[in-house]
Structures are given as structure tokens and as C-alpha cells.
Design a protein around this ligand. Structure first.
Ligand code: MD3
Ligand code: FE
Length: 219
């Protein structure tokens, strides 16, 4: 681990923040999450076109996309059960890099097979744009592209490898970003291959310090 690299204002990359043993135990934790909350195939709201990435979630809120739009829900779209808790191995990465006292409310689990990709988009379904987004990569490497806050702005690309952690905050929070390609066979972490990306987010507006027996305020 070489310390944080600043790639652009608000964009920080921690190469190999997780060494192999840490990657292995986090992969086992994610396997358990996926047993409780199976991967589903999200669809574009208007066209119903399936995403090539399959998804699950842990945390109080999970991101889903279907005919009714992009949104956060407390339960799994197929099982109807609440999402499993965010494993401690993942929360401890947030505490190390997010630089905020707030806890993440949502952890999106993206699974990329060798031909999956994610087109350039912004993450703007969250009321709290003050908190950063933290992204953890496991398994095969992915070519990640990010750019300006407007479509058509310049972009740069970076290879995200297993154990890398990225933080996007402040001026980078509404940047366009996506995953151009997966490099099959580039990691031995996941027995069946593929790439897992974990995206940790705050969702509720600032000041809504999630549950712990809170007064029950809602958005
Ligand atoms: C930059 N996932 O799930 S995570 C997503 O690798 C998503 O699976 C990608 O984009 C993946 O929405 C990239 C890194 C990421 C997440 C949020 C961002 C980068 C970001 C928000 C603003 C700028
Ligand atoms: Fe995104």
C-alpha cells in the first residue's frame, strides 16, 4: 500500500488498501450477503433493457432499478426480505477513508462477468451529496472511466485491481463515470472469475443519522 493517490479534485485512489488476506475474508463476507440476498438483474426503467451487471445490496437501503424507476428500497425486489447488514470488514474500510462521522446507509454489490460493463452515468439518487462515495474492487481488474460533471467533458481512465479503494467526494460527487471493460483472468481471488465492486453511500439528507433507535423521522 503506497498511500492515497489524488487523481483529480475529490477523487482519491488507494491502491491495494486490502492485501490478499483481507480481500479473501471480504469476498467470503460478500458470498454470505449474496446467499441471503441473491443477485438480481436490474432493468432500465423506460426500455426494460437488462443491465449487464448483476446486483445485490447490504445495509438499510438498497439501490434497485426496474419499470418503476431507479430508487432505494429497504427490501430485496425478489425475496421481499430486508437487506443483510453491511459486514464489519466493509464498514471498517469506510471508517478508514470516508473522512466523515456519518455511517453508510447503502452498500451496492455489483457483479461483472467477463462481458459486463457499465455506461457513463452520474449517481444522483441520493439526498446527501455531502458524504463521499467509497468504492471497493475485488476479483478481476476493470477499466474505470471518469470525467467532468457534465456529459461530454474530458474523461480519464484508470485500472482498478482487486483490493483497490476509490473515494469520490466534494467536487467529484456528481462526476460521470463507468466501467469500460473487465480483464478476464486477471485475478485468482474469485474461483469463478469476474469482478465485484462494492459502492458505499449515504442516501438520506444530512443530519439524518440513521436508526440506532432514532425518533423515527423520515424523508
Ligand atoms: C464517481 N459502479 O454502481 S464504483 C455504480 O465499478 C457504479 O461498479 C462502478 O458506478 C463499479 O453506480 C463504479 C465507483 C464510483 C461510484 C460512484 C461515483 C465512482 C463515482 C460517484 C461519483 C463519481
Ligand atoms: Fe455509479
Amino acid at each position: 500500500m503506497t498511500g492515497p493517490l489524488s487523481l483529480a479534485p475529490g477523487v482519491v485512489l488507494w491502491k491495494t488498501l486490502l492485501a490478499r488476506a483481507g480481500q479473501e475474508s471480504m469476498a467470503a463476507d460478500i458470498e454470505s450477503v449474496i446467499r441471503q440476498a441473491p443477485l438480481f438483474t436490474p432493468r432500465m426503467p423506460q426500455t426494460l433493457k437488462p443491465f449487464s451487471v448483476r446486483m445485490s445490496n447490504c445495509g438499510e437501503l438498497g439501490w434497485i432499478s426496474d419499470a418503476r424507476g431507479y430508487r432505494y428500497e429497504r427490501t430485496h425486489p425478489d425475496t421481499g426480505r430486508p437487506w443483510p447488514a453491511i459486514p464489519d470488514s466493509i464498514l471498517s474500510i469506510w471508517r478508514r477513508v470516508a473522512n466523515t462521522a456519518a455511517q453508510p446507509e447503502a452498500c451496492l454489490v455489483n457483479f461483472y462477468d467477463p462481458v459486463a460493463r457499465m455506461g457513463l452515468h452520474q449517481d444522483r439518487d441520493e439526498a446527501d451529496l455531502a458524504a463521499p462515495i467509497v468504492s471497493i474492487s475485488l476479483g478481476d481488474s476493470g477499466r474505470f472511466r471518469f470525467g467532468r460533471s457534465v456529459r461530454g467533458g474530458k474523461t480519464q481512465s484508470v485500472l482498478l485491481e482487486s483490493g483497490d479503494v476509490m473515494v469520490f467526494g466534494g467536487p467529484a460527487r456528481l462526476m460521470f463515470h463507468g466501467v469500460d471493460k473487465i480483464l478476464p483472468g486477471s485475478s485468482t481471488l474469485l474461483p469463478e472469475g469476474g469482478r465485484i465492486n462494492l459502492t458505499l453511500r449515504r442516501v438520506s439528507g444530512p443530519g439524518k443519522q440513521s436508526p440506532h433507535g432514532s425518533s423515527g423521522e423520515s424523508q
